[in-house]
Design a protein around this ligand. Structure first.
Ligand SMILES: [Zn+2]
Ligand SMILES: [Zn+2]
Length: 257
């Protein structure tokens, strides 16, 4: 695994560009991609959320680009100027327009919300009866398939993100995995193996082993990303990813950059 395509800097909820680049170099990566969170939805709720969280890459990407250039001068690894876009099917036109004008090295697309709530918010989902939670997981797969079919992105982030939330875990069906795998097999968008919670309480990568098996059956290629926000996570997550990929006999593909 030569490149870490998924990390975050202080331009969203991560650490300084230089500290992340140094960690990637020390971990033995040949390149690091900064995929800071970005949302261009015209929805007013998303506008408010961006202000509350301080996520504004849609307006600061030029400034970050200058920062990335400085970091490129300082380290002997490649540094990619990327983005992790929130994806909702109704925002496709806004996302397309933004990506066309911003000109990132590559774009990662993410389904982060169900019912307009971030899937990480366990208290919101645990209140719901199981039938409703199953329906929300079905909606997650509808969005994931739409993401693949939109052809907007190079990479699809953490393809089963809801699994890290106990109230939504284990509710996906074989049919849902197959539908997603079929969509990715037909798309330029490559799903990633994401280490974001593999060394934390959840203890699995995204996609989980069952979903990974289905993707392999359909011949879907994968990239990999540590999804590190802290430099201390880069090295251990690289090691964990490489061990898992080797155990499962999986090879990741590199983006054409
Ligand atoms: Zn994400
Ligand atoms: Zn991320």
């Amino acid at each position: 695994m030569r490149f870490d395509y998924h990390t975050h800097s202080t331009y969203s909820d991560g650490s300084f560009l230089w500290s992340m680049a140094r960690a990637a170099e020390e971990a033995g990566f040949e390149g690091i991609g900064f995929a800071d969170h970005c949302n261009v939805s015209p929805d007013s709720k998303q506008e408010g959320r961006k202000k509350a969280m301080g996520f504004n890459l849609d307006t600061t990407y030029d400034r970050r680009r200058e920062g990335i250039d400085l970091v490129r001068d300082r380290f002997d690894i490649r540094v990619f100027d990327a983005v992790e876009m929130d994806y909702e099917p109704e925002d496709e036109a806004a996302i397309r327009e933004f990506l066309d004008s911003a000109g990132f090295d590559y774009a990662i697309g993410s389904v982060h919300y169900l019912d307009d709530v971030n899937v990480h918010i366990q208290p919101y989902f645990e209140r719901k009866p199981e039938a409703e939670r199953r329906e929300l997981v079905a909606q997650y797969f509808d969005k994931l398939v739409a993401l693949a079919e939109s052809e907007l992105f190079d990479v699809a982030a953490h393809p089963d993100l809801f699994e890290r939330t106990p109230a939504l875990r284990g509710l996906a069906t074989r049919e849902q995995y197959e539908r997603a795998a079929e969509a990715f097999a037909d798309s330029r968008t490559v799903p990633e193996v994401n280490a974001g919670r593999a060394l934390r309480e959840y203890g699995e990568f995204h996609p989980n082993p069952t979903f990974l098996d289905v993707l392999a059956e359909y011949g879907v290629e994968l990239t990999a990303g540590t999804d590190s926000h802290d430099p201390a996570d880069v090295g251990p997550r690289k090691t964990a990813l490489e061990e898992t990929l080797a155990e499962r006999g999986l090879e990741v593909v590199e983006l054409d950059l």
